[in-house]
Design a protein around this ligand. Sequence first.
Ligand code: GLC
Ligand code: CA
Length: 551
Amino acid sequence: MSDRKWWHGATGYQIYPRSFADSNGDGIGDIPGIISRLDHLEDLGIGFVWLSPVYASPMADNGYDISDYEAIAPEFGTMADFEWLVSEARARGIGIVMDLVVNHTSDKHAWFKAAKRTPGSNMHDFYVWRAPGLDGGPPDDQQACFGGSAWHFVPALGKYYFGYFSAAQPDLNWQNPALRAEIYAMMNRWYDRGIAGFRMDVISLIGKDIDARQHEEGPYLHKFLQEMTRETAAGRDIVTVGESWSVSTDTALLYCGRNRGELDMVFQFAHVKEGWDEDRGKYHPKPFDLVAFKKVFNEWQAALSEDGWNSLFLTNHDLPRHVSRYGNDGEYRVRSARAWATVLHLMKGTPFVYQGEEIGMTNIEFSRIEDFRDIETLGHYMEQMEKGVPFEEFLAGANANGRDNARTPMQWDAGQRAGFTTGDPWIAINPNHDTVNAASDKEDSNGVFQHYQRLIALRKSEAVVVDGRYTPFLKDHPTVWAYTRSLNGQRLAVIANLSDESTSLETPEDLHIEGGAVSWSISPRTEIGDRIDLEPWEAIAVLDGEFARVS
Ligand code: GLC
Ligand code: CA
């Protein structure tokens, strides 16, 4: 592929800084802590880190509420620490991708303070204001994602501002060209500090038309993304990934088509939302349906096969741990973590590992409201209690799909505080760290970490993993995922039993393969024939013998 970029063959790793590694015992992860653990990432073989926000912030939404784009939050470190991180990571061949949160700022940002103080000022128009409705209440009934009205009253002005997530996160007014210029200049300063790109928070919201109530993928979105790329990314060898909860296979290429001049990839959530109850939403997960889940991935693989590029992920800081959601976090924890990794990492796209997934971390179970920290979960709690929903029902939903599941501290070792901190952690550490931890897992050649290592290495050594055409098989099989990748006569075949039961099945001819060395690195089996017996959570990947090569 002539227009191959470094990130096509790289694997990303997301760090949620608050929960990764605490260097000074205040219970909060920080940048020096990250630096002290860079060897772990180098061992894993990743090419870049997506660093969740480390900017100055009152932390209403753990940094997704920025009060100063040009400063580091003191609890995370200093700008000097950040620059040290960039250079230490670079020395290990790892780029740092920052989180760009520009749909909104914090209500403590200097722009918003000025906007509130001086209604006639330029900065007033950096945000979205409306007069009260006829009854003196909010202008309309638009709701905030984290609960309550999306309109927030400022008594001194007699006006409301729009905060689509919460009152602490006022939306920026992208219609204002001076605001856009400020954002682009800020992005360029970060690029000049040597970062490898941006992951763009809820970027599909920036083109919104609030009065038309069109938030996602509004009429101005692609115009703004094209302008942003022209003004910031053009000519730089960086990667951009935009988060979009609404993007579909119909709109994906509008963002990441080769000639669009917008983004390199999108994070799409069709597979995640597939698991939610259509009417009642994320806190009411449906039983896992592999056929529907495969269909989403198969469609995305097809939609971006010639143009655009997929991002591949099963979890992040907003989602439950995927071993708990889609695997088995009890008896088959390690096997199910390995099987899901095999299926995901051998698809076409850039895989993202969320901190802890490489050692098979699981959801936590909370029993009291005091245990939860997440603004979204707490907002949901208030709403549910007002509606008279029983606490147990709220709790079941929050434990199943709440964002705190992914945010409990990284489990480095079996020590009392999991090697994360010497102090009181800001959120509870999962008690299973006595058995689920990096120190013990990394030693185990049948563990999760070494399996991720092998998959990541395979992507680097085998072009077919990067560029091969994806062909799905057994689409309607309820527990088995099977596909091939092919490139210039080279083939890779993958088959995985994603269930607790052994299964025996006939396989289609085009899936048959006889291979060599790659298979032993992923599983001890080297062929897929007419019939195959698969153990619970067994995943096999076989590369054509002739080409087989393991780095
Ligand atoms: C994104 C982030 C999430 C945050 C929200 C508002 O979805 O991933 O953590 O709460 O945007 O910034
Ligand atoms: Ca700290």
